[in-house]
Design a protein around this ligand. Sequence first.
Ligand SMILES: Nc1ncnc2c1ncn2[C@@H]1O[C@H](COP(=O)(O)OP(=O)(O)OP(=O)(O)O)[C@@H](O)[C@H]1O
Length: 310
Amino acid sequence: MEALEVEGLKKTYVSKNKRVEAVRGISFYVNKGEVFSILGPNGAGKTTTIKAILRLVIPEEGKVHVNRIDISKHISEALKNLSAVLEGNRNIHWKMTVYENLRYFGYIRGLGGRFLKRRVEEVLEFVELTDKRNELAGKLSRGMQQRLAIAIALLPDTPIILLDEPTLGLDVESSIKVREMLIRLAKKGKTILLSTHDMHLVEKVADRVLIINNGKVIVCDKKENLINAFKKKAYKIVFEGEDHYVDLKKYGKLYEENGEKILEVQLENMEELYKIMDYFKEKQIEIKHLESIMINFEEIFVNFVRSGRQ
Ligand SMILES: Nc1ncnc2c1ncn2[C@@H]1O[C@H](COP(=O)(O)OP(=O)(O)OP(=O)(O)O)[C@@H](O)[C@H]1O
């Protein structure tokens, strides 16, 4: 069942002498309990899409349903299901402590009394900031500020959480912490929509991926399918042979590993593989084994964006 449905979203920013078609007809859905990632280069329209879902920008076309509720018609009802961590840490009060921030934003979301008190402790523990509760938010590291922003979003315990670039500008350790947090949230059954261009994050947490460029969808599929689409086309050929093998360089990357000679190739189709195998035969170089290899998600992304540039 879909937790989020986005249909035909269009948003054009118009200023005095400029029109930017930021989102040009984007549609997708996010299933309940799924981690769905929007991936795209700078300016692709990721932030605009997330803001349009939250009605922070009003799209000129398109529909957004949150748990089957049309957000343009029943905004407060729909928003009860959503919380968001937007880009940057602007939604934190620098001069308040961690604890005061959580109380303050809890009140804003309509929480109070014993429930809020308990929730504050729970989220503090979840983001591992319990021992920083009395520190001023402005004095925290960037990674901790991001965790505080996530804690604030978690307070109302909504079923759907949107995150825009949650690891942007964070050091490796903090990025890993955020990544682990998202995995824990997914395990709790939360529906997560995140925008990012952090490939590691996508590789580790996403179930399905939507790749967009210039405000349009290039592809939307399960992460595994996207990986497999290219995995089949990348091969590692382990071979034996003394002479001639330097010529193989023209086919791909040639190297030695643990005393084995390896040729790594990326191919458009099987014909190309057969051609290479014929060449091995002709030169009497023995192939010991051949395996399809995984190319990393970054390469997959670049391949899709290149092939589908709109
Ligand atoms: N308020 C605005 N007024 C005018 N143009 C805007 C506005 N906000 C975004 N844009 C433009 O719309 C396009 C899409 O921007 P958006 O922020 O949605 O992309 P993004 O994929 O989130 O990129 P980034 O990763 O750089 O944030 C860009 O060309 C951007 O310059």
